[in-house]
Design a protein around this ligand. Structure first.
Ligand code: HMG
Ligand code: MG
Length: 304
């Protein structure tokens, strides 16, 4: 197999990872964690969400976090933005990149952002336009690409139609969400085959949640099909509060370990990543799903 020489891992832990956690981290801990993530070699960190804090209270301090973190040159600090109100705050926070988001499922879209799909298009179009006019970049997420917790599988024609609309708005990249982590490699192959007929592979990223432990297998088939950008969350934290059954994202530490073992460069230092993973596990106060983290901890115990 001709694997790519390198891939890009986009860290979504401080946003996707924390948004669903029962225990809220202090602003200071978020800031320390994000600063340590920036020192691992990661070049992209989604630091928070400028959504309504009544909807996602765990990320109520997005503005403060954005203002307090160190900005390491070469790192893109991004945040989720649902509408103009969110964009105003994101620009105030001097975010490098905004991430707009919607769902391919009417029911999930409504539960998640309180709008129909048709109502969402003009809102996102304006956010994308104004983000670009402010000299920032913007990426997009499409949720429920593989399955929806309320509607099951969404037709590929609908998924492609919404994707085209989002890309036409001017987003630089579309991240395809396996929101509830039910996708399998055959399905990923089918979906990507359909996508790659219409869109260049460098416009696509994959966002796999790991509910059934299939995220690494899904990443492998995506790599085979030429995709080289993957979202991941340190320790395997994560989940959408408005998608029942959604568990954590693929753990950044597991993905980085697999890439290292396969000789595919990520530019990320695994030891520093694991140290940041230990930090967040301790702060969250529960054992995180990352296999690399578990292995590291048992090695340390054995060497004592
Ligand atoms: P809404 O209630 O329809 O908003 O919520 P509205 O425009 O009708 O305004 C109602 C109130 O919300 C007003 O305040 C607004 O000011 C306020 P009031 O007058 O009642 O005091 N408001 C805001 N406040 C702060 N920031 C804002 C904002 N906008 C309005 N940006 C809204 C619409 C989109 C805001 C709401 O539904 C929301 O915040 N949803 C966020 C849900 C969310 O964050 N979900 C998780 C992220 S998505 C995800 O995890 C999936 C992903 O990972 C990919 C995958 O896995 O598939 C990306
Ligand atoms: Mg997600």
């Amino acid at each position: 197999m001709d694997w790519p020489q390198s891939i890009c891992i986009k860290e979504v832990g401080p946003r996707d990872g924390l948004q669903n956690e029962k225990k809220y981290l202090s602003t200071e801990d978020k800031v320390s964690w994000i600063n340590s993530l920036a020192l691992t070699g990661l070049t992209y960190i989604e630091i928070s969400s400028f959504v309504n804090p009544k909807w996602v209270p765990a990320l109520h301090d997005a503005l403060e976090v954005a203002k307090k973190i160190d900005r390491k040159p070469g790192v893109t600090y991004a945040a989720l933005v649902p509408n103009q109100k969110g964009l105003e705050k994101a620009l105030q926070a001097n975010i490098d990149e905004t991430a707009v988001f919607m769902s391919a499922s009417e029911s999930h879209n409504k539960k998640n952002i309180n709008k129909s799909i048709a109502e969402t298009f003009p809102i996102l179009k304006e956010v994308v336009h104004d983000t670009l006019a402010a000299g920032k970049t913007v990426r997009g997420y499409l949720s429920a690409v593989f399955s929806c917790p309320y509607e099951g599988k969404i037709s590929i024609d609908k998924v492609l139609f919404i994707s085209e609309k989002m890309l036409e708005m001017g987003i630089s990249e579309l991240s395809l969400g396996d929101t509830i982590g039910t996708a399998n490699p055959t399905q990923v192959e089918e979906v990507l085959e359909a996508f790659l007929k219409y869109f260049p592979k460098d416009k696509l990223a994959m966002h796999f949640h790991n509910t059934y432990g299939m995220a690494l297998a899904n990443i492998l088939i995506s790599l085979e099909m030429g995709i080289t950008t993957f979202d991941a969350s340190l320790g395997g934290l994560g989940g959408c509060p408005y998608a029942p059954g959604a568990s954590g994202n693929i753990a950044t530490d597991d993905l980085n370990h697999m890439m290292n073992e396969m000789g595919i460069s990520t530019g990320i230092n695994q030891e520093k990543l694991l140290a940041a993973s230990c930090f967040i596990e301790e702060k969250i106060g529960r054992t995180l799903p990352s296999h690399a983290l578990k292995a590291e901890k048992s090695k340390k115990r054995l060497s004592k």
